[in-house]
Design a protein around this ligand. Structure first.
Ligand code: PEP
Length: 246
């Protein structure tokens, strides 16, 4: 089945209101590629302003709490994201799994919260360098998939992002063959658990994607798009990646 390509920018903790012009330029250019779904996930502070500045653009959060409300100082709930116009949320990014100690169970609960709030969810998985070097990358990632993917969801609203931790922000990228092997293994695990629905789910690659390597990575089997960090911060760097997906 033909899956629409999906290119998502993760701005991480970058961007003041002056950066909204970049988002406007990105969404304007993305309109030239109607076959590609494009989203930008800015810091929480820019979600509302970005929705207002780029009406029609898919804007998302980079995390959400698993509870809908409560005494969780500093946290943001999925219904709050939806309430200000977000349509997407990233969960399980390695900077949260490793930096904030989030477990597979935590990530699964956050994914369930995002889905319950009506958001599209991008659920991240990926192995550290030592695991890749020991030959255990596929086993490691499939364990994350088993532990963090919810049981019940619309396959068009839950995407997996495979992001090898050692490739994030480093300029290092796995071989296309290794990316295809991992994405095929993820698709196989999803098919074993969810049947035909796995064919509808999008599996994104993330980790040092740029305008020069995007076409090759996005052309690999079972690669349905990209989750992009550094190269998503400006239209000049991000739009070529969107074009490569078209
Ligand atoms: C990311 O953090 O999701 C990411 C892919 O970052 P970069 O593109 O900068 O490697």
């Amino acid at each position: 089945m033909a899956r629409r390509k999906y290119v998502v920018g993760n701005w991480k903790m970058n961007g003041l209101t002056g950066a909204l012009a970049e988002a406007q330029a990105i969404f304007a250019a993305a309109a030239d590629h109607p076959g590609v779904d494009v989203a930008i996930c800015p810091p929480f502070t820019l979600i509302g302003p970005m929705v207002a500045a780029a009406p029609g653009g898919a804007v998302g959060g980079q995390d959400c709490h698993s509870a809908a409300s409560g005494a969780f100082t500093g946290a943001v709930a999925a219904p709050m994201l939806a309430d200000i116009g977000a349509r997407v949320v990233i969960v399980g990014h390695s900077e949260r799994r490793e930096g904030c100690g989030e477990s597979d169970a935590d990530v699964r609960a956050k994914a369930e919260a995002g889905l319950a709030a009506g958001l599209a969810v991008i659920l991240c998985v990926g192995e550290p360098r030592a695991v890749r070097e020991s030959g255990g990358a596929i086993e490691f990632v499939l364990s994350q998939i088993a532990g963090s993917v919810p049981d019940d969801f619309d396959p068009l609203r839950l995407a997996i992002a495979y992001e090898p931790i050692w490739a994030i922000g480093t300029g290092l990228v796995p071989t296309v063959a290794d990316v295809a092997a991992m994405h095929g293994a993820i698709r196989g695990a999803l098919a074993a658990r969810f049947g035909d629905a796995a064919e509808e789910m999008r599996i994104l690659y993330g980790g040092s994607v740029n305008g020069d390597n995007a076409a090759e990575l996005l052309g690999a089997r079972d690669v349905d798009g990209a989750l992009v960090g550094g190269a998503s911060l400006t239209a000049a760097k991000f739009v070529p990646i969107v074009a490569a997906a078209a």
